[in-house]
Design a protein around this ligand. Structure first.
Ligand code: PMM
Length: 267
């Protein structure tokens, strides 16, 4: 059955104000709640990758995520570190993370692949074409699902030549990364091309802009977080049907229920 990754973003826009201790406490409590709701893995991130987001330094990133990873790991929860930085990846694995989730697939930091190879962690590699500030400049495709699969295949080969076996890899088509709304739907429709690559597949649609855009076309009722979470549960259940190994979401409980119902349908 498709697993669920719960998102624990330790960034000022998600766990704002208060002292650092309070932030850590809140992030850990939030993670433990997602775990209790059914998350198999908690994906801890200290730098936002949203379109237009500014980069933070690896030191700030680590101050945010390391104490959270230590506490979640101590509580027995499998943790993944969502980072573009090799230095943060290494520190996170030292603190207990088992998976390095790099949305750039190793492209953003030239040290990343060697660092992951050496660490022994699993490596989740995303489809990516550039940093948040100008990613839409690269959103040009002829057949998007096929091109995404082709570029992920290059990332898989690079990982292999750095000594990371395919059994340690997880591939992710990078929904929203250098892709317009329509292109995201095309990628989801073509998920079988990503699944055919071989490694485990992770898909993250959670609360993303393309869902809100679609909902806005349906009605002028404000697109609340709850509506985005419901849309996420639906896309996650459909992704599960397409054979993905895991989905990365904010609202674990809603997606858990959606996956259970989709599973029941399949019998
Ligand atoms: N999306 C975001 C951050 N990290 N990691 C993976 N593997 N796949 C994704 O689609 C992904 C990611 C951006 O979303 P957020 O800011 O809501 O966490």
């Amino acid at each position: 059955m498709t697993g669920i990754w719960g998102i624990v973003n330790v960034t000022p826009d998600s766990f704002s104000d208060g002292g650092r201790y309070l932030d850590v406490d809140r992030a850990v409590a939030h993670g433990l709640r997602l775990r209790a709701e059914g998350a198999a893995v908690l994906d801890v991130g200290g730098e936002s990758t949203r379109p237009g987001a500014e980069r933070v330094g690896a030191d700030v990133e680590q101050q945010r995520v390391i104490p959270v990873i230590e506490q979640l790991t101590a509580a027995g929860v499998p943790v993944s570190i969502d980072t573009l930085s090799a230095e943060t990846a290494v520190a996170a694995v030292r603190a207990g993370a088992r998976i390095v989730n790099d949305v750039s697939g190793g492209l953003a930091d030239p040290e990343m692949r060697a660092a992951v190879a050496e660490s022994g962690a699993d490596f989740a590699i995303g489809h990516w074409r550039g940093f948040s500030d100008d990613m839409y400049a690269n959103a040009e495709y002829r057949r998007v699902a096929r091109e995404v699969a082709g570029e992920l295949q290059e990332r898989i080969s690079e990982a292999a030549s750095s000594g990371i076996a395919p059994s340690r890899l997880i591939v992710d088509p990078g929904i929203g990364f250098a892709k317009t709304g329509t292109q995201n739907w095309d990628v989801l429709r073509g998920l079988d091309e990503i699944v055919a690559l071989g490694p485990r597949v992770l898909v993250g649609t959670s609360r993303k802009r393309f869902l809100a855009e679609r909902l806005r076309q349906e009605s002028d009722i404000e697109v609340s977080e709850a509506r985005r979470d419901l849309a996420t549960a639906v896309t996650s259940a459909l992704a599960a049907r397409a054979g993905v190994w895991a989905v990365r979401v904010h609202d674990v409980a809603a997606t858990r229920d959606a996956l259970a119902i989709a599973h029941a349908w399949e019998g």
